[in-house]
Design a protein around this ligand. Structure first.
Ligand code: ATP
Length: 218
């Protein structure tokens, strides 16, 4: 079992099969003992978000059968705006200097990194694990590429032996699903059953989230 602990940040608005399948794949690839979902507060880069209460409730329903998964709600309780760099700093304080930590993100998030607060310092606290996302290619702008050159790592075992500082890309199975698309489909009364965990679909119906009506069967 790996000593690495990985955190998967996101709005999870709602959590979908793309998140879950990717998380499961990473548990296998890295032999992770623990993968923690880290729901973000209203992202400073995103317009729309549902009440944290519902997003966390759906996350709990989605992971309840997998003991390797956990949830850390710290970002939701922090004064806003909340930035990933602050969370990683807190995690490093919490775990101390000896624990290997990684932050998981999709290629779309990685490409937007230069818009993040103090992005160049993220690897001072944790590794980054970047997963594939359909329609987002590994074409980096100069600034991001230059930063990456000193950090890119092709040996996944190094993420265990070093505590932070590396960026590792995993060619995960493609899952062409996004929360944005799911919200749009729900609002139009279209079927979303292939893209949502069944318990999450049922929760959305029960609470009439995202404009879902009884016609969206799960
Ligand atoms: P939205 O459509 O609202 O932007 P999203 O589907 O991208 O949402 P997020 O909760 O914002 O979901 O994503 C959290 C993290 O998971 C991000 O780093 C994102 O890149 C990654 N991710 C989301 N969907 C997928 C997917 N289908 N495959 C791989 N990674 C994904």
């Amino acid at each position: 079992m790996s000593k690495l602990i990985a955190y998967f940040g996101g709005s999870f608005d709602p959590i979908h099969q793309g998140h879950l399948a990717t998380a499961r794949e990473l548990v296998d690839v890295f032999a992770l003992a623990k993968l923690v979902f880290l729901p973000t507060a209203l992202s400073p880069l995103k317009q729309q978000s549902l009440a944290s209460l519902h997003r966390v409730a759906m996350l709990k329903l989605a992971i309840q059968d997998d003991s390797v998964f956990a949830i850390d709600e710290q970002e939701l309780h922090r004064p806003q705006p909340s930035y990933t760099i602050d969370t990683l700093r807190c995690l490093r304080t919490q775990y101390g200097t000896q624990q290997s930590l990684a932050l998981i993100m999709g290629m779309d998030s990685f490409l937007s990194l230069p818009k993040w607060r103090d992005w160049q310092q993220l690897t001072d606290f944790a590794h980054l694990i970047v997963v594939s996302r359909p329609d987002y290619d590994a074409q980096f702008r100069t600034e991001l590429q230059a930063w990456l050159n000193n950090r890119r790592c092709n040996d996944r075992l190094l993420l265990e032996y070093q505590t932070h500082g590396l960026v590792y890309f995993v060619a995960t199975q493609p899952h062409a699903v996004s929360s944005t698309d799911i919200r749009a489909r729900l609002a139009l009364g279209q079927n979303t059953s292939a893209t949502l965990p069944p318990r999450v679909a049922a929760y959305i119906q029960l609470h009439h989230l995202y404009g879902a009506t009884a016609t969206n069967e799960s």
